[in-house]
Write a protein that binds this ligand. Structure first.
Ligand code: SF4
Length: 290
């Protein structure tokens, strides 16, 4: 397979066939993200993509994840050509997933999203990071809550599953509470099918790391991060069922709960850990990863 650079995928796509159709991320400005630093965004040529699909067709799989960072930014016609070729060559593919930043979603109409759903796109992964306007400005996410809400509404209307991620600690110590409260509220308003919390990891090739070194960004401690997790869930007033997880490798406390049904249960569990303040209940530092 023609994998270029650092290819990532969401945890839930661990068993999917990964086909890289773009290299890098079209935004590539988030201050905390080091994944594609130095990598110029480009769409791979169709011949290379099809060659990879031919190669993938030798294996059995039912899910495909199209990498890299922001595949929904591709023109709809290009995406449809890729999906069509996947279905032609690979029997039994039930779902195709892609990362989609807010700007990319807003470039598509509901009709285009429906066309992609009918062709086989079953899930979009949208990075939210925070529901707080000021935090989003600081981290240069390139989108604010009003854009995210509009994008989420379009995806929901199209019938494609929506999975959103938020980032514990990204507001720093000074914005910790506001970040957590606003993030929980925004997630509730958007009510995705899946929501996951990840935890900031300070990567040396990022602007956030340099801010941390300069002392202008301070990361909450482990229990401060857990407090954020609790506040986010407390503030999530979802309109429909949402599977909330914090099982990403970056987190100190892996959790999984269906909201709203298990809300009090999961909040109670976090409170117990917060009361004990026993680090042995948390994932050891050396086991954390991106
Ligand atoms: S977090 Fe996502 S949108 Fe931001 S630079 Fe990284 S890949 Fe691109």
């Amino acid at each position: 397979m023609d994998y270029v650079g650092y290819v990532i995928r969401p945890p839930s796509e661990a068993y999917s066939m990964i086909i890289q159709v773009t290299v890098g991320c079209s935004h590539n400005m988030c201050t905390f993200c080091g994944t594609y630093k130095g990598q110029k965004f480009r769409i791979k040529d169709m011949a290379t993509i099809k060659k990879d699909i031919d190669e993938a067709s030798r294996y059995r799989f039912d899910r495909v994840f199209l990498a890299d960072g922001d595949v929904l930014i591709l023109p709809t016609a290009t995406l449809l050509e890729i999906i069509d070729y996947i279905h032609k060559k690979c029997r039994g593919v039930e779902r195709i997933g892609v990362y989609a930043n807010t700007k990319a979603i807003l470039k598509k109409s509901v009709e285009e999203l429906k066309e992609l759903r009918d062709a086989g796109i079953g899930i979009l992964y949208q990075g939210i990071e925070s529901g707080n306007q000021e935090v989003l400005r600081r981290i240069r996410k390139g989108a604010f809550p009003r854009h995210m809400t509009e994008a989420a509404a379009r995806v929901r209307e199209s019938g494609i599953l929506l999975s959103q991620t938020v980032l514990l600690g990204i507001g720093g110590v000074d914005m910790s509470r506001a970040h957590a409260e606003d993030t929980g509220k925004l997630l509730g308003e958007m009510s995705p099918d899946f929501a996951s919390a990840l935890t900031v990891m300070l990567l040396p090739n990022t602007e956030l790391y340099r801010d941390w070194q300069a002392g202008t960004f301070r990361l909450p401690d482990k229990f401060g991060l857990l407090e954020e997790l609790k506040i986010i869930i407390e503030n999530m007033e979802v309109k429909n069922q949402c599977l909330f997880t914090s099982n990403h490798a970056s987190n100190y406390l892996p959790l999984r709960a269906v909201l709203p049904d298990q809300k009090s249960e999961i909040v109670g569990l976090i409170e117990q850990v917060l009361e004990k303040r026993d680090e042995r209940l948390l994932k050891p530092e050396h086991m954390r990863a991106l």
